[in-house]
Write a protein that binds this ligand. Structure first.
Ligand SMILES: [Zn+2]
Length: 76
């Protein structure tokens, strides 16, 4: 099975959680259950606005994961 050397955020074998608000809109500006735009690495627990901005822990195996748009804007 051919696999690309770069892994994408969208690959099914990468593990990230889209963080959803667990508080009402008047607390953090997001409705209860609404995605906050932050994504959390399931392996090391670090979070950021996008996978490529996550400051992974040194031993995290997902530290090389980037999203597709990141490749699109950096490929030239
Ligand atoms: Zn990580």
């Amino acid at each position: 099975m051919n696999r690309p050397s770069k892994r994408s955020f969208a690959d099914p074998d990468t593990l990230f959680t889209l963080i959803r608000s667990d508080t009402p809109v008047d607390v953090d500006g997001f409705k209860l259950g609404e995605p906050t735009g932050e994504v959390e690495c399931d392996e090391c627990g670090q979070s950021a606005a996008a996978p490529e901005y996550i400051n992974h822990l040194p031993d995290c195996s997902q530290a090389d994961v980037r999203s597709e748009w990141y490749y699109d804007i950096h490929k030239q």
